[in-house]
Design a protein around this ligand. Structure first.
Ligand code: PMP
Length: 774
C-alpha cells in the first residue's frame, strides 16, 4: 500500500492572497485577481482573468503526495476522454507544460499547485433538491463511476479515514464522542459493519472511485441539474458501491425524508449501472458507516483544529439525524427498501413524496408530525393505514373517540347528509335532541347549549359570555395551557405564545405538577397549594378583574398532569370567592376518556359555570359545544345573535348523537377505565426497567409518560422523547409528545383500545426504550 500522510491530520495550506497571486503569475503566467473559496484541507481560489475568463486555482495540502496529485490530474484527463459531457474540471498546463507544479511554502513544506477550468453553478442545500434532482444526482454518480471504470493509477491504493471501507479504524476515535448515547450508536453501526460488511467487501467489484460525492463537491444549475463535480481529493480504489453510499449519506442527510429520497437516488444510479446483489445487500450499512464516520471524525477534528470547527462541524447534526432515522426504522428494513429500489423500476415519485412536496408548497404553515410524515388513506377502529396498506396503531388520537370510521357514525352522517343539511335557523329535531342529551349528562344548573364547530370557537364564545356576565376583562390559565387558535383563545393559550408574548389581560398560574413543580405529590395539601396561586394571579389582573379561569381538568398540554380532585375543588372554591367564572375545557379530557364519567370534571364533584366540548364530539365530523348556565347567557345583549352557519347543522348533530350513543352502548367509559388501568400498570412495569421513565400518570385512556435523562435531577429528556416517538412511528405505533419541556409521551388512543393493543404498545415501547439507552 502506498505510504501517505493523512491529509485530515495535516494542517491545511494558509497562503496569503498576495503570495497566491505571485505563484499563479510565476507558474502559470497568469495575472489575475483572486477570491477565496471554501476548502477543507486545500486552499482554493477563484481566478478572474482578463476577458471575463474564470478559473480555479488550487493549492493542495502538502500531505497529498506527488503521485496522488498526479493521479487526480490523470483521472480528470481520463474522464474527459471517456465521457466528455460529464461536468468535471479540466486541468490547464503550467508555463512549463505540466499539469501541476510544486511550490515551497514558508513553513518549509512543499505544496502542489494546479489550475483548472472553473465550473458554473452553485452549491445547494439538501432540502432544496427536488426528488427528480436527486434521481439525476444518482445518475451522474453512476456515470462518473463508469467513466472511471478503465482508469488505474498506483497511487489509488491508499488509506484515508473518510474512506468508508476503513470504518473499523474509527474505533479508537470513539473516545472523542462525549455523548454516551451517540457513542453507543456509532459502536452499534461499527459492530454491524464488522459482522456484515467487512467480510464481503473484498469480493465486491472495485475500481478507482470519486468517494466524496457530497453537496460540498457538486454544483447545480438553476434547474437543479449537476453542473459541476469539483473535488477529486478523496479518490481511492474501493468498491464501486461506496460512491453511491457516500452520495446518499452526504447529500441527503439534511432531509426529513432522507430514506425515501435515497430510494430515488438509487433509482437514478441503477438506471446507468445496475447494482449486484451483494452490493445492494450492504448499501444501507455502508450509508450508516459513512454517517458514523462523519459524526466521529468531526468530533475528533474539532479537538484537533478548534479554529476550523465551524466549517468542519457543519454537517454533524444532519448526519446524526439521518443515523437516528436509519436506526429508528431498523437497518434491516432500510436494507430491504434499498434492495427494492435497486430493482430499478422506472422512476415514479412515490405518492407520499409527491404529496409531501405539494403540501409544503401549498400549505407552508401547516404542521406535520414526524420527520417522516405518515401518509394515511384510511382508518378502522384503533388502526390507521398508509397507501401500501401498512397499518399503524393509533395511540394518539382522541378525535376518533369511538374508533376510526365507526359504521354507526358514518351511517348517521351519510343518511343525514342525504336527507337534509342546512344551518340551524330552521326547526330541526337533531339539534334539540343533542342539546337535551348533553344537558342530561351535566348538573341541572348547566341548562343552555350552544353548538359550534370547534373547540376554539366554543372557548371563544365562553370568553365573550364570561366578560358580559361578570363585567370584568381578565382571565387566568395554567402556565402551558392550550385553549384554541382564535385571537381570544390564543391569548388564553400560553403553550402557543411567541417568545415574549403575554397578553396584558391574561395571568398564569403554575400548573399542578406534583412530579417536578414547586409542590410535590409527597407533600400533604400539594394540590391545594397550587390552587392558591389563583389568588395571586387574580390580583395581578388589577382593575380588569377576574372574569374567568379556564382549566383542562387533565392538564393535558401541561404534560398530562391529571391533578387529583382536590385541585379542581380548591380552584373552584377560590374562583367563586373571587367572583370569577370557571370554564371546564373538556375538549381533550371529555367524552369518557377519564374512565369514570363522561366529563372529567365530574370526578372532583365541582359544578363548572361553563363546559366546553369539542374534538371527539363528532368522531371526526366537526362539531363542538358550549354548555352554560342560562342566567349567564342572559348577560349577552339580545341583539347579539349567537349563531354560526355550520354550528349545530343537522349532519353535525347526527354525528354527535351517534357518538354519544356508541359510547353508551359499547360501554366505552368502562373500557377506558379497564384498559387504561391495565396500560398504566404495564407502563409502571416498564418504568422499573427503564431509568429513562421518570413518571407515569393519567386517568383512563389519557396517560403521560415523562422521560428524564437522569432520575435524580429529573432533567427533561426532550430530545430522547422525540426520538422515541419517531422510533415508535417507524415500528407502526403512533404517539405524541407534550408538556412544557416536550418530554412527556402522550398516550390518548380511541376508547375502543383493547388489552391486546396495550400489549403491542408496551412491547414496542420496551424495545424502543432499550435501544434509546445510552
Ligand atoms: N381546548 C383544548 C384543551 C384543546 O386541546 C384544543 C385543541 N387541541 C382546543 C381547545 C381547540 O380546539 P380546536 O382545535 O377544535 O379549535
Amino acid at each position: 500500500m502506498t505510504e501517505r500522510l493523512d491529509p485530515l491530520a495535516s494542517r491545511p495550506p494558509a497562503f496569503e492572497m498576495e503570495a497566491a497571486r505571485h505563484i499563479l503569475l510565476h507558474s502559470f503566467g497568469l495575472e489575475a485577481s483572486l477570491a477565496r473559496l471554501a476548502g477543507e484541507r486545500d486552499q482554493n481560489f477563484r481566478v478572474d482573468a482578463t476577458g471575463g475568463r474564470r478559473l480555479l486555482f488550487k493549492i493542495s495540502n502538502p500531505a497529498d503526495a506527488r503521485h496522488v496529485v498526479e493521479m487526480q490530474t490523470a483521472a480528470l484527463r481520463h474522464i474527459e476522454r471517456v465521457d466528455p459531457s460529464l461536468p468535471v474540471m479540466r486541468a490547464l498546463p503550467s508555463t512549463a507544460g505540466e499539469f501541476w507544479v510544486e511550490i515551497p511554502g514558508p513553513d518549509g513544506r512543499t505544496y502542489p499547485v494546479r489550475l483548472f477550468t472553473f465550473l458554473p453553478g452553485r452549491v445547494t442545500e439538501a432540502t432544496a433538491l427536488t426528488i427528480p434532482a436527486i434521481w439525476s444526482f444518482g445518475q451522474i454518480t453512476a456515470r462518473l463511476g463508469r467513466a472511471l471504470r478503465g482508469f488505474f493509477h498506483p497511487a489509488a491504493d491508499y488509506e484515508i479515514l473518510w474512506d468508508v471501507t476503513h470504518a473499523l479504524k474509527l474505533r479508537p476515535l470513539l473516545t472523542h464522542l462525549s455523548d454516551a448515547a451517540r457513542k453507543a450508536q456509532v459502536k452499534r453501526v461499527l459492530d454491524r459493519f464488522e459482522d456484515r460488511v467487512a467480510p464481503v467487501l473484498p469480493g465486491l467489484r472495485a475500481q478507482v472511485i470519486h468517494a466524496d460525492m457530497s453537496l460540498d463537491n457538486v454544483l447545480f444549475d438553476d434547474d437543479l441539474r449537476v453542473s459541476g463535480i469539483v473535488d477529486f481529493g478523496d479518490m481511492t480504489h474501493a468498491p464501486l458501491v461506496c460512491d453511491l453510499a457516500v452520495a446518499i449519506a452526504d447529500v441527503l442527510h439534511g432531509r426529513g425524508d432522507a430514506i425515501e429520497a435515497a430510494e430515488a437516488m438509487i433509482g437514478g444510479y441503477v438506471s446507468v449501472t445496475p447494482l449486484e446483489d451483494e452490493e445492494a445487500a450492504v448499501l444501507a450499512d455502508l450509508v450508516a458507516a459513512r454517517l458514523a464516520t462523519e459524526v466521529t471524525v468531526i468530533a475528533w477534528r474539532r479537538g484537533l483544529y478548534p479554529d476550523n470547527a465551524a466549517y468542519s462541524a457543519s454537517g454533524a447534526p444532519a448526519a446524526r439525524a439521518f443515523l437516528d432515522s436509519i436506526e429508528a426504522m431498523g437497518t434491516d428494513t432500510v436494507t430491504r427498501r434499498f434492495r427494492e429500489a435497486c430493482r430499478g423500476l422506472p422512476y415514479r415519485p412515490s405518492a407520499t413524496l409527491g404529496l409531501l412536496e405539494r403540501r409544503r408548497r401549498a400549505l407552508p404553515r401547516s404542521p406535520l408530525f414526524y420527520s417522516r410524515p405518515v401518509h394515511l388513506v384510511r382508518g378502522e377502529g384503533v388502526w390507521l393505514f398508509d397507501p401500501d396498506d401498512r397499518r399503524y396503531l393509533d395511540c394518539y388520537n382522541n378525535v376518533p373517540v369511538v374508533g376510526h370510521s365507526h359504521l354507526r357514525v358514518v351511517r348517521a352522517v351519510a343518511e343525514q347528509q342525504r336527507l337534509l343539511a342546512t344551518h340551524s335557523r330552521y326547526l330541526h329535531e337533531a339539534i334539540v335532541e343533542l342539546a337535551e342529551r348533553l344537558k342530561a349528562t351535566l348538573p341541572a344548573e348547566l341548562d343552555a347549549v350552544l353548538v359550534v364547530n370547534s373547540g376554539s370557537e366554543a372557548n371563544d364564545l365562553a370568553w365573550r359570555i364570561a366578560r358580559a356576565a361578570t363585567g370584568r376583562a381578565g382571565a387566568v390559565v395554567t402556565a402551558h395551557a392550550y385553549h384554541g387558535l382564535t385571537e381570544a383563545t390564543h391569548a388564553l393559550s400560553p403553550e402557543d405564545w411567541a417568545s415574549g408574548e403575554r397578553p396584558a389581560h391574561v395571568a398564569t398560574v403554575p400548573a399542578p405538577d406534583g412530579y417536578r413543580g414547586a409542590y410535590r405529590r409527597e407533600e400533604d395539601g400539594w394540590a391545594e397549594r397550587y390552587a392558591a396561586h389563583i389568588d395571586d394571579a387574580a390580583r395581578a389582573l388589577g382593575d380588569r378583574g377576574l372574569a374567568a379561569i379556564y382549566v383542562d381538568p387533565a392538564c393535558t398540554a401541561e404534560g398530562v398532569l391529571s391533578p387529583p380532585p382536590a385541585y379542581l375543588r380548591e380552584a373552584a372554591r377560590r374562583v367563586r370567592a373571587l367572583g370569577g367564572l370557571l370554564v371546564a375545557d373538556e375538549v381533550q379530557a371529555g367524552h369518557g376518556r377519564s374512565g369514570t364519567h363522561l366529563w372529567s370534571s365530574h370526578a372532583s364533584g365541582i359544578e363548572p359555570d361553563m363546559v366546553v366540548m369539542g374534538k371527539p364530539m363528532g368522531n371526526g365530523f366537526p362539531v363542538a359545544a358550549l354548555v352554560v348556565r342560562s342566567q349567564l347567557l342572559g348577560a349577552v345583549p339580545e341583539q347579539t345573535e349567537l349563531f354560526s352557519t355550520f354550528g349545530g347543522n343537522p349532519v353535525a348533530c347526527a354525528a354527535a348523537l351517534a357518538v354519544l350513543a356508541v359510547i353508551e352502548d359499547e360501554g366505552l367509559v368502562t373500557n377506558a377505565a379497564e384498559v387504561g388501568s391495565y396500560l398504566r400498570q404495564g407502563l409502571l412495569k416498564l418504568a422499573d426497567c427503564h431509568a429513562l421513565i421518570g413518571d407515569v400518570r393519567g386517568e383512563g385512556l389519557l396517560l403521560g409518560v415523562e422521560l428524564v435523562d437522569e432520575r435524580a435531577t429529573r432533567a427533561p429528556a426532550a430530545g430522547r422523547a422525540r426520538r422515541v416517538t419517531e422510533a415508535m412511528r417507524e415500528r407502526g405505533i403512533l404517539l405524541g409528545v407534550t408538556g412544557p419541556a416536550g418530554n412527556v409521551l402522550k398516550i390518548r388512543p380511541p376508547l375502543v383500545f383493547q388489552r391486546e393493543h396495550a400489549d403491542l404498545l408496551l412491547q414496542t415501547l420496551d424495545d424502543v426504550l432499550a435501544a434509546a439507552r445510552p
